[in-house]
Design a protein around this ligand. Structure first.
Ligand code: PAF
Length: 291
């Protein structure tokens, strides 16, 4: 695996190779969830590029940015072991040569996609994500962008950005990887104490109860309220939201509406971190997918 720190060197390295390129953007502190993205990329493309860049413009809390785990040596070893060909490991100035105020994304309108959930709770977050992903796509110029289902709203925003900017890149979405306890893998999990990790594992069980409720035809708003209340009963968990949304518009799902897929999404504070997770329910199949 080649490790490259500048956009110019990355372009030079990629232009000397031929074949399809898959790109896996990350913020490092890599785990098996990221490796599932790398493996999906390796399985379907000739060249796999991954980036590790803790993007300052998407953090709405500076404490979260400062505390974001940074483990570059271990990350590089994992990427190499899983067949990544090129690691792009830039400094902020390489990604944003004109400063972080520069925006390739001015004029984008995400409509209802950013109105709720993470969009409502993390002001500016998705503008920062769209800014960095559009810039990274400009640098890497991949055929396929590979992202994880765990950040469902992020994926919806990036899909919309690709379509609005007519970037012509494919989006490959990989299901969430979970610990044996059901806890969705996340770089932030390593900041949890053991009791907090045990507490966080219950989040997934509450989401499962919601999808079971949807399968049984329970009213969506009632299921949201029950899950929020039950999560909040745990002394180590402070839920911010549980929302049952139309997976395409991210507007509240109304029982019986003819939607392609329903996303049950939550954000929960646990100790020093804020965790997000989701489950998907497909009404036409009357069942959950990618649990
Ligand atoms: O999901 C992430 O890790 C980040 O939001 C991403 C897509 C790498 C952009 O910084």
């Amino acid at each position: 695996m080649q490790t490259i720190t500048t956009a110019a060197a990355l372009r030079a390295a990629l232009s000397s190779r031929s074949g399809s390129v898959a790109f896996v953007p990350t913020m490092g502190a890599l785990h098996d969830g990221h490796m599932a993205l790398i493996s999906a990329a390796v399985a379907s493309h000739d060249i796999v590029v991954s980036s590790i860049f803790v993007n300052p413009t998407q953090f709405n809390e500076s404490a979260d940015l400062d505390a974001y785990p940074r483990t570059p040596e271990a990350d590089a070893a994992l990427l190499q072991a899983h067949g990544c060909d090129v690691l792009y490991l830039p400094e902020v100035a390489d990604v944003y040569p004109g400063g972080t105020d520069e925006s390739l994304t001015a004029g984008l309108d995400f409509g209802s996609l950013t109105a709720r959930m993470e969009g409502a709770n993390r002001p500016g977050h998705f503008d920062g994500v769209a800014q960095v992903v559009s810039r990274l796509l400009e640098i890497v110029q991949p055929d396929t962008l590979v992202m994880g289902q765990k950040d469902y709203q992020q994926v919806a925003v990036v899909r919309s950005m690709i379509s609005q900017l007519k970037l012509g890149v494919e989006l490959l979405i990989v299901p969430t990887v979970r610990e044996a306890s059901g806890l969705a893998m996340s770089s932030r999990n390593r900041r949890l104490s053991i009791p907090e990790t045990v507490a966080a594992a219950t989040i997934n069980r509450h989401l499962s109860a919601v999808t079971a409720g949807l399968a049984a035809g329970w009213p969506a708003r009632e299921l949201e309220a029950i899950a929020l209340r039950e999560l909040g009963l745990h002394p180590m968990l402070t839920p911010e939201y549980v929302e049952i949304c139309d997976g395409d518009t991210l507007l509240p799902y109304e029982n019986g509406a003819p939607v392609r897929e329903i996303v049950v999404a939550t954000a929960v504070r646990c100790g020093p971190v804020r965790l997000i997770d989701n489950r998907l329910f497909v009404p036409s199949l009357a069942e959950e997918v990618n649990p």
